[in-house]
Design a protein around this ligand. Structure first.
Ligand code: MN
Length: 228
């Protein structure tokens, strides 16, 4: 097919141990999925259904790349998160079938312009540009479930310049991965190529130019980013 402008590149994520890459279609994020993080943001944790926001697929940036400090913020925050890669799509996916839709997992960092988000919240405006700015969705290499199975528990930590800032456990998610997939698939039809950032534990904080931010999840390749 001919296009009138150069065809945009397809964003993709590396897969550990494979040359082929995982092409990315959409990026969804869970807004609040660890009780302690909900509290630090001034909210009461509860078992209300999770809520979602999205980032454009081309917000994706690989672990190991330098990320320029974004414009229009003085309070860029890291959010270390487990990323789920969807390998088989579907709508209204049942909780007990949801994990069979997963291709693999990665460590991610949901970069956030926290000051812009606070303004959006206070004025009841969308979060879009507080979350979905250029190079805001950092994702490490995927580990396929065929290689390693699912990640239902395990330490998730974020260090900035070596200092431990976030130290949680995947088992403390308010909604575990299978519930997240089930809920999200009630709102949108998921497809192969979708990524879901599953929320961040407590301890989020600011990044400055020159900082090295390391997100680690037991058993996954780390997601290390330098802000420049
Ligand atoms: Mn997040």
């Amino acid at each position: 097919m001919d296009f009138v402008i150069p065809k945009p590149a397809i964003p993709s994520v590396a897969i550990l141990g494979q040359d082929a890459r995982f092409p990315v279609r959409r990026i969804y994020c869970v807004g609040r999925n660890y009780a302690e993080h909900a509290r630090e943001m001034g909210n009461d944790p509860d078992r209300e259904p999770p809520f979602f926001f999205s980032k454009a697929a081309d917000c994706l940036v690989a672990a190991g790349e330098n990320v320029p400090y974004p414009p229009q913020t003085d309070n860029l925050h890291f959010e270390g998160e487990l990323v789920v890669a969807i390998g088989v799509g579907g709508a209204d996916i049942a909780v007990d079938k949801a994990l069979s839709h997963v291709f693999g997992y990665a460590c991610g960092n949901d970069l956030t312009r926290r000051d812009m988000q606070a303004v959006a919240k206070s004025r009841r405006r969308p979060w879009d540009l507080a979350k979905g700015f250029d190079q805001s969705a950092i994702c490490g290499p995927l580990l396929s479930v065929q290689e390693n199975g699912h990640f239902e528990a395990g330490q998730i930590s974020t260090r900035v310049n070596g200092e431990l800032c976030q130290n949680g456990n995947l088992k403390d998610m308010i909604w575990p991965v299978q519930d997240v997939i089930a809920f999200l698939s009630q709102s949108v039809t998921l497809a192969a190529g979708d990524l879901i950032f599953t929320g961040t534990p407590a301890g989020v904080g600011a990044l400055e130019r020159g900082d090295v931010c390391e997100v680690r999840i037991e058993g996954l390749p780390p997601c290390i980013t330098t802000i420049i």
